[in-house]
Write a protein that binds this ligand. Structure first.
Ligand SMILES: Cc1ncc(C[n+]2csc(CCOP(=O)(O)OP(=O)(O)O)c2C)c(N)n1
Ligand SMILES: [Mg+2]
Length: 772
């Protein structure tokens, strides 16, 4: 027996219409004889007190049928290797009601089974052709209007639906963030990317609800509302009772959600449009009016398995599958329109078949459209970079901010923590839409006083503490950025980024890619990190791994080693976010926050003047110390740079070895060409990487040198050991030290240099993305 449930449910629907047609034939005869009266007045509410009219019911049903045919077509296209995505919406089509009840200007972050919702929503803007758009997306066509062939997603710029990734639940934090940001923006009188009375819709499955990210997001919405801060978010749980093959315990969703403090809970029968409409309308109205978190529990079924590739018979019997199929919501809708006298069974069947034909015709158009053909085409929206505009923006002096008292200028050179604090003041003045949030950033001023005093000067609408959850902090950044704010979230320690890094890796940095740069979530994430802290030890306050950040496509990673650079880089980071929508991480070396002296106590060698507003460091622009030196090039950043400068002094004074020292400043992307240029000039390189060797930066730099210089350069590498950083006096044992740098530099300097300094390696050089 063939197991083609797509065919089965299709035939079931057709058979139903034919059978209903036969019954209706008899009913019509009865009607003509006066025994039954027709009821279907199109524009009247279906029942007293109802808002759903006959014509709207027909329209919703139409969306359901279109959505169903798109599912059926996805299987046919897959069989021809002409479509590449078969996760469908069959059984969930009741969500169409939300497509009508929620405005197309209400930002919506959708579940992958919210197809009928999307179809119905598209009708609010007649110029959107949902069927074509969906098929283009299924066929990975380069002119798919949302992702440009990069993924099958629900999304539309015009319909305010940003594309979501396949990582379940990861879109909830940004949805909550957007809801919270709506209110903040209103308090700040900022013009928003959506109307002020908008609500945010986020849909997801029942299994996804259990994900800690979903639970965290719901919790942070409730934590916010608990303090009477508006958070107009409509959580829509499309509960089909299963997640791939794992059953959700019956009643678990209602049991866990119906009684949460501050959450409006609305159950709805998603199998019946008429019932679902009424309950969903109540939920939407509650959310919009009270501006409080609202939970619409839409009970649905899943048909056609999890996806086209799902062998459902492994975990369901045929009887179970057929029993679910008999509950097909399209049958219920058909029954409704027929019973209400809105359509005849034949009209339903005709409409179903005409949609089938249209989907088939459009599918042929979609599959014939060109696909993405080159790496350049694929990567175009990933990391836009307009170098001149960014630099002009970074060096643009801020006009004095209205109503904010100016700060007295810093007259003396100061250490990094003070200069970054000043830099943040400057950015908050320059960008009224910017805000800083995280754990302890407000009154306390952060763990290291870097945000001291900001809340007083800029107010609690812009500088605020969040609850203790890094996923929420980053999600808030994403959501706020979607709405047009310029967030500067802070993560207290690098170690604690890792429990939330998907918000950067899977979400923030992928948005421009999967939306063909139509949606942006620009932000500058500040993270205190790296090792060598003397007072506050142990791995978690000295995390020295950046591999998880370096591997994120499109992410810019800045690591300043001194205060004035930090300010000049911060200006560029904000400009990158502003001009090109980029996501930037600034990793601030904690151990250098308070460093004042470089070589001897009291020399003040690591304090710097606050740089003039017209100074900014371009992405990829490193610093060279002692450029005249030709014995050795030391390549480093952060704490390693600080130690390397000290070592270079000893090298020169005690050993007559003259090393130039490079501060990379930007660790992603790396400016390999610039490193290679200095490497060739000295023929010898020592790379000092304070992070662990595995996945660290050092490996990348050595690879870059090999590719560009071949044997023309002799390269040595020192890194931290591949271990967690231990507490107290044990810490230096695993970290590169000044003594180690000195010794390695001497060894390197004693080697003969590589071949002729200007010898090209003859190897193909990997092109550098996004560098001037
Ligand atoms: C974080 C994450 N883990 C695992 C998966 C693989 N996965 C995709 S869908 C899914 C089940 C989701 O079930 P549910 O939330 O109930 O949605 P449904 O498919 O039933 O509509 C799983 C485990 C994923 N996409 N993301
Ligand atoms: Mg489910």
């Amino acid at each position: 027996m063939s197991f083609n449930r797509a065919e089965a449910i299709d035939q079931q629907f057709v058979a139903f219409c034919r059978e209903a047609g036969a019954i209706q034939g008899r009913t019509d005869a009865a009607m003509r004889s006066g025994a039954i009266r027709p009821s279907g007045a199109l524009d009247a509410p279906l029942r007293p007190g109802f808002t759903l009219t006959g014509s709207m019911l027909i329209d919703l049903f139409d969306s359901q049928m279109a959505c169903r045919h798109l599912d059926l077509m996805s299987r046919l296209l897959r069989n021809r290797d002409a479509g590449y995505y078969t996760i469908g919406s069959s059984g969930h089509e009741g969500n169409a009601v939300l497509g009508a009840l929620v405005r197309h200007t209400d930002p919506s972050f959708l579940h992958y089974r919210s197809g009928a919702l999307m179809m119905q929503r598209s009708k609010q803007l007649p110029e959107v052709d949902y069927i074509l758009d969906t098929l283009l997306s299924q066929a990975a066509a380069a002119d798919d209007p949302i992702a440009g062939g990069r993924h099958k997603v629900w999304g539309s710029k015009r319909l305010w639906v940003p594309p979501q990734t396949s990582t379940i639940a990861s879109h909830l934090p940004k949805a909550v963030g957007a809801a919270i940001a709506l209110e903040r923006a209103r308090r700040l009188n900022l013009s928003l990317a959506c109307p002020e009375d908008s609500i945010i819709l986020v849909s997801f499955g029942d299994a996804s609800l259990n994900h800690s990210v979903a639970q965290g997001a719901i919790n942070s919405a409730l934590w916010t509302a608990f303090q009477n801060i508006p958070a107009p978010i409509l959580f829509v749980c499309e509960d089909n009772g299963i997640g791939i093959s794992v059953r959700t315990p019956p009643n678990w969703v209602e049991a866990s959600m119906c009684d949460r403090p501050g959450l409006g809970y609305f159950p709805a029968d998603g199998l019946d449009l008429v019932e679902a409409w009424q309950d969903a309308a109540a939920a939407v109205a509650y959310c919009r009016e009270h501006r409080r978190p609202t939970f619409l529990h839409l009970k649905v079924i899943r048909m056609l398995g999890h996806a086209g590739s799902d062998p459902e018979l492994n975990y369901h019997t045929m009887e179970e599958i057929e029993a679910v199929e008999r509950l097909d919501p399209l049958l219920t809708s058909a029954r409704r329109v027929i019973e209400l006298g809105l359509m005849s069974a034949q009209e339903v069947l005709d409409r179903y078949e005409s949609i089938r034909r249209r989907v088939a015709e459009v599918a042929e158009i979609a599959v014939a459209r060109p696909k993405l053909k080159s790496v350049a085409e694929i990567m175009r929206p990933l990391a836009p970079y307009h170098a001149d505009e960014v630099h002009a923006e970074a060096t643009r002096a801020a006009a004095p901010a209205d109503g904010i008292a100016p700060l007295p200028p810093l007259r003396e050179p100061r250490h990094m923590a003070v200069l970054i604090n000043r830099g943040l003041h400057e950015m908050l003045e320059k960008y009224p839409e910017s805000c800083i949030f995280g754990e302890d950033v407000a009154k306390k001023g952060g763990v290291y006083n870097v945000t001291t005093g900001l809340w007083k000067r800029f107010g609690t609408a812009r500088i605020f503490n969040t609850l203790l959850d890094e996923t929420t902090i980053l999600g808030l950044g994403l959501g706020a950025a979607h709405l047009g704010l310029l967030p500067i979230p802070e993560i207290q320690y690098l170690a604690y980024l890792h429990n939330a890094e998907d918000q950067i890796r899977g979400e923030a940095c992928s948005l421009q890619f999967f939306s063909n740069d139509q949606f942006r979530n620009p932000m500058v994430v500040r993270i205190a990190g790296l090792a060598y802290q003397k007072g506050f030890g142990g791995h978690f306050h000295n995390d020295n791994s950046i591999a998880a950040l370096r591997d994120v496509p499109g992410l810019i990673l800045a690591v300043p080693s001194r205060g004035d650079d930090a300010v000049r880089m911060l200006r560029t980071c904000m400009a990158l976010a502003k001009v090109d929508g980029r996501v930037v991480v600034i990793l601030e070396p904690i151990a250098l926050y308070m460093a004042k002296d470089l070589h001897v106590d009291g020399d003040g060698g690591w304090q710097f003047e606050y740089p003039a507003a017209n100074q900014a460091i371009r992405p990829g622009e490193g610093a060279v110390y002692h450029e005249q030196n030709r014995d050795l090039t030391i390549v480093s950043y952060g704490n390693g740079l600080f130690m390397s400068l000290r070592a270079a002094k000893s090298l020169a004074e005690k050993h007559g070895v003259r090393a130039r020292v490079l501060d990379l400043r930007w660790l992603n992307p790396i400016n390999h060409d610039w490193i290679a240029q200095h490497a060739r000039a000295t023929g010898r390189v020592l790379v000092v990487d304070e992070c662990r060797r595995a996945g660290g930066l050092g490996e990348a730099i050595v690879a870059g040198l090999v590719e560009r210089c071949g044997s023309a350069v002799r390269t040595d590498l020192i890194t931290a050991h591949d271990t967690y950083v231990p507490l107290g006096p044990a810490m230096p044992l695993v970290m590169p030290s000044e003594a180690q740098i000195l010794e390695a530099a001497l060894t390197a300097a004693r080697r003969s240099a590589g071949g002729r300094a200007d010898t090209p390696s003859g190897r193909e050089v990997v092109p550098q993305a996004q560098l001037p």
